[in-house]
Design a protein around this ligand. Structure first.
Ligand code: IMP
Ligand code: MG
Length: 195
C-alpha cells in the first residue's frame, strides 16, 4: 500500500484537522471484498457468529457482513482498553458482553485496528472460555509496532500500516471523525502515533 506523501491529498472538506488520506475509500472497498472472499472460503458454508467491537468496527462490519454469503449471526461487544502509555498496563474490561451464548459456535471477532493486541487477545480468551467451537479474528488495520516483542496472530487482515494514529471509516479520536469515508491521518499526530 502506498504511504508516501503523494498519496496524502486530503479532500478539502475534511478541514485542517486532517493531514491526509492514508487509505482511500476505493482501496478499502476493494480490500473488504477480498477479505469477504477469504472469510467465505474459510467457513466453507458453516454458520458464523460475528463478534463486532463497538464502536470502532461498526462501519467495517456493516460493509463486510453484506458481502458474506453465509449464515451469519451478529453480536456486539464493547471493551474498554487502556492506553499502553499507562504506567501499569491494565487488562481490558468487557463493558458490554455478547448477548448470545457462544457455546459451540464458530466465532469471528471483528475489530477496527490491532495496536498492542490486548483487546483482541482478551476477546479471543473470552470467546474460548465461553465454549466457542472455534475462534478466528479479523481486523481492518494492523499497526506496525517494532517496539513490541510479540502480538497475537490474526486470521484476516485488511492493511498493515505504519505506526500512525488514524481516524475515519469508524475509527475515532475523542469520538470524532468516525464518519469520514477514508482512513485519514490527524494533523496533530502527523508523522507519529500520538503515543
Ligand atoms: P489494542 O492496543 O490492540 O488493544 O487496541 C485497542 C483499541 O485502541 C483499538 O481497538 C482501537 O479502538 C484503539 N486504537 C488503537 N490505535 C488507534 C488509532 O490509530 N486510531 C483510533 N483508534 C485506535
Ligand atoms: Mg476499538
Amino acid at each position: 500500500m502506498p504511504t508516501d506523501d503523494s498519496t496524502l491529498a486530503a479532500p478539502e472538506a475534511y478541514g485542517p484537522e486532517i493531514a491526509g488520506v492514508l487509505v482511500s475509500r476505493a482501496q478499502i472497498a476493494s480490500r473488504v471484498c477480498q477479505l469477504a472472499r477469504g472469510i467465505t472460503e474459510a467457513y466453507d458454508g458453516s454458520e458464523v457468529t460475528i463478534l463486532g467491537t463497538l464502536t470502532g468496527s461498526l462501519v467495517f462490519l456493516s460493509d463486510l457482513i453484506r458481502l458474506l454469503p453465509l449464515r451469519v449471526r451478529l453480536d456486539l461487544v464493547r471493551v474498554r482498553s487502556y492506553p499502553d502509555t499507562a504506567t501499569t498496563p491494565r487488562e481490558p474490561e468487557l463493558l458490554l458482553a455478547p448477548a448470545s451464548d457462544l457455546k459451540g459456535k464458530h466465532v469471528l471477532i471483528v475489530d477496527d485496528i490491532l495496536d498492542t493486541g490486548r483487546t483482541l487477545e482478551f476477546l479471543r480468551a473470552h470467546a474460548s472460555s465461553s465454549g466457542a467451537a472455534s475462534v478466528r479474528t479479523c481486523v481492518l488495520l494492523v499497526k506496525r509496532r517494532d517496539d513490541l516483542p510479540s502480538r497475537p496472530a490474526t486470521d484476516f487482515v485488511g492493511f498493515d500500516i505504519d505506526d500512525h494514529f488514524v481516524v475515519g471509516y469508524g475509527l475515532d479520536y475523542g469520538d470524532l471523525y468516525r464518519n469520514l469515508p477514508d482512513i485519514c491521518l490527524l494533523a496533530r499526530f502527523a508523522g507519529g502515533s500520538g503515543r
